[in-house]
Design a protein around this ligand. Structure first.
Ligand code: DX5
Ligand code: ZN
Length: 213
């Protein structure tokens, strides 16, 4: 599964860019929501996601919630018809409770961890989650360098949880995808490498090929 991050796209053309990436073979859209607190950057929230959903009714939307209070946005994102609500566990006291609320609102649950967070932190919650997102850059900005030293987290999860969906995000592109797929990631977020490519279609298909083999 390849999900482009539209963070570094021309956000004034958000809808056209998103549709173009889906037409070029993207399996889902990875929508980076930032609140200026959990990360030192701001993007967009549920009003924008809702407008995008009105124009793109069918595609799978994952929101990557880089926010201090993930519980606050569950209802609005569910109303915007988000399919998967992926939130960072770091600022959260009661992870199972948030997972329960997300499911109750009709969305799938993703648990995200920053590079400095041990994978041990999520292992008690895997029964409540559909996916774990291993960040391969510090969250906040697109276009950063891939952190290869996150791959042991992916490999450990894959070894112990063969059926778990494991997503990687940050600096992933044709030159780093093989490390991710070898470690066992099966959901791949790629921002700059797809958006800035001369031929995004061939980048998406080469990323897919690497994950499938
Ligand atoms: C970083 C975001 C990522 C990022 C991906 O905080 O969560 O989704 O934009 O972009 P690239 O692939 O450029 O690192
Ligand atoms: Zn992201």
């Amino acid at each position: 599964m390849i999900g482009p991050s539209i963070l570094n796209a021309d956000l004034a053309q958000l809808c056209d860019e998103s549709q173009r990436l889906l037409d070029l073979g993207a399996d889902y859209l990875h929508l980076d929501v930032m609140d200026g607190h959990f990360v030192p950057n701001l993007t967009f929230g549920h009003p924008v996601v809702k407008c995008l959903r009105n124009k793109i009714p069918k595609a799978f939307f994952e929101t990557h919630m880089m926010v201090s209070k993930p519980e606050q946005w569950i209802e609005p994102m569910a109303e915007a018809k988000v399919d998967q609500y992926t939130f960072h566990v770091e600022p959260v006291q009661d992870v199972p409770e948030i997972c329960r609320k997300i499911k109750e609102a009709g969305m799938k649950v993703g648990l995200a961890i920053k590079p400095g967070t041990s994978v041990d932190v999520v292992k008690d919650y895997l029964d409540f989650a559909d996916l774990v997102l291993i960040m391969t850059v510090e969250p906040g900005f697109g276009g950063q360098k891939f952190m290869a030293d996150m791959m042991p987290k992916v490999a450990w999860l894959r070894e112990n949880y063969p059926d778990l969906n494991i997503e990687v995000d940050g600096g992933v592109g044709p030159s780093t995808i093989d490390q991710c797929s070898k470690a066992g990631a099966n959901w791949i977020v790629s921002g700059t490498a797809v958006i800035k490519a001369d031929d995004p279609k061939s980048v998406i298909s080469s990323l897919k090929k690497s994950v499938q083999t």
